[in-house]
Structures are given as C-alpha cells and as structure tokens.
Design a protein around this ligand. Structure first.
Ligand SMILES: [Zn+2]
Length: 273
C-alpha cells in the first residue's frame, strides 16, 4: 500500500514562511532582548524590515542576524575538545587556533582582531597579487591564495563565494590551505529547493563575460556600484564540495534568544576530512 506516501519526509524540504512571532517583531521594529554571541552582551536588536537575515542589528556591536548565525557555528567549531564557549569573547582566547576571515570589516572582524592567530583579507581587484598589502589590508584572490598548504584551522566567508568567477576553484584552494579537520564556515545565497546552481554569468567563445541573467549586484563596502553575483547556489554545491573532499553540514539555525531567526538562517560548514 502506498496511499500514505505523502506522510514520508521527502526532498526538497520546503520551509514554512515567516512565523507569527517573527511578524510581531517585524511590525514592532523591536526584537527584544537577546544574548549576543558576537559581543557577549545582553543586548537589544533593531529590526528595520522583514529581511530578517540582514537586519536584527545588535545595538551594542552592530552584528546582524547573519553574522550571529556564523558566530554560532564558529563557537561549535572552537568547541572541539574544549570548554564551553558562550560568545566570540571566549572564542578569541583560543591562542592555538588559526582563523582566516575573508573580510576586514563588520562586527565579527572587530571581535576577532583581538585574537592571537587571526588573519584577514579583502579582494582589491585583478591588478594585485595575493599577499599584497593594500591600504594596510592584505589582498587575497580566493581562487589563488598565497597561504601555504594546511595552515588554517577555520576560514570564514559571509556572502562572498557568489561573487567569485569560479567559486569551486576557490573551494579547492580552501581545501588546500585548511588543516585536516579544519573547516570553512560560510553563508551564500542558496536555493533550498533547487538541484542545480544558477549561473548568472557565462563566457562567449572568445572568453568574454556574458550576462545570462539580468545583472545582480550586492552591497559592498569597497565598491559603490556593488559586487556582481556570478552564481546562486543549490544542492549541486553540496555534491561538488563532497567531490573536492569536504563533508559539508547545512545548518538551519533558529535561536531567537540569540537573535537568530527567520527562515533563511542557513550556515554551511565544509569540513576537510
Ligand atoms: Zn552584539
């Protein structure tokens, strides 16, 4: 009998829309008290609109919902065989942990700056070579990093890989520079119900860039025109990461008391096996 077939869990998994509780938060522009795991404070969050992922800003450190999602998974990464870490304030005391962040601004960066083995970079354009110092900040092209093999414990990227022309070449580079057991904790725009990545940029026969979709730009503090989106990811990404050698966890996190809410609280953790 297969009459009850719809009762089984099947893929894709469709998440429910914004909850009643979240609607109240959006309408009141006030998210209430949280324990901020970026700055370690008991704080309040501001909610500007229903894009909960990019708002819910901690009034003490400026961390967004998305940054707290990444911090939450980082704390778990730092937890391996260690004592409980309640916020990044504990995490930064891990002196033997080499952390590489692909951005040099924002609330997470400001906390990690106090860490002993903290490396950070930005991408300044094709005229520079990875490792160059530009305006006191290291330049790195993630498709060709200057770091030695197996030197990094934890790499963080937050909505970066969709802007890389060949993101899987960059993932292979990440695999090269991570230590065994090391991990890349990241967020990207991700279609939870699609099987194939959406290529927004292609190349013609002469190798010139061709827009396959209407150009899409994300806000970027370094570029007034914004950063061009090359790809929106899907399940295909998890398969490709596996082929590179990563075991990737997709976390859908919901921790309102930490100011982590909304249906898009998705963080990836690619572990080098
Ligand atoms: Zn905070």
């Amino acid at each position: 009998m297969i009459t009850k077939i719809n009762n089984f869990i099947k893929y894709p998994l469709y998440f429910s829309p914004i909850s009643y509780f979240e609607k109240i938060i959006v309408n009141s522009h006030f998210g209430g008290l949280i324990k901020c795991i970026v700055c370690g404070s008991i704080s309040l969050i501001n909610v500007k609109d229903n894009n909960l992922r990019e708002t819910c800003v901690c009034i003490k450190c400026g961390s967004t919902n998305r940054q707290r999602q990444i911090a939450y998974v980082c704390l778990e990464a730092g937890l391996q065989n260690r004592k409980h870490l309640s916020s990044l304030k504990d995490f930064i005391k891990l002196d033997d942990f080499v952390v590489y962040n692909t951005e040099a601004s924002g609330a997470i960066h400001c906390q990690l700056l106090k860490m002993k083995n903290y490396i950070y970079s930005e991408y300044f354009g094709i005229s520079y070579t990875s490792g160059d110092i530009v305006n006191n900040i290291m330049h790195q092209d993630l498709m060709d990093m200057s770091f030695s093999n197996e030197t990094i414990d934890l790499m963080i990227s937050s909505d970066v890989f969709e802007h890389i022309p060949d993101p899987y070449k960059a993932h292979k580079e990440v695999y090269r520079v991570l230590k065994h057991g090391g991990r890349h904790i990241f967020t990207v725009p991700f279609y939870q119900t699609e099987f194939l990545d959406e290529d927004r940029i292609g190349n013609d026969n002469e190798g010139n860039i061709v827009h396959l979709k209407k150009p899409l730009y994300h806000e970027d503090p370094l570029r007034p025109e914004g950063a061009l989106v090359y790809k929106i990811f899907s399940l295909e990404m998890l398969v490709k990461l596996r082929k590179i050698g990563f075991r990737t966890n997709l976390y859908h996190i919901y921790k309102p008391l930490y100011g982590i809410l909304g249906k898009n609280a998705i963080v990836f953790e690619a572990i080098k096996e």
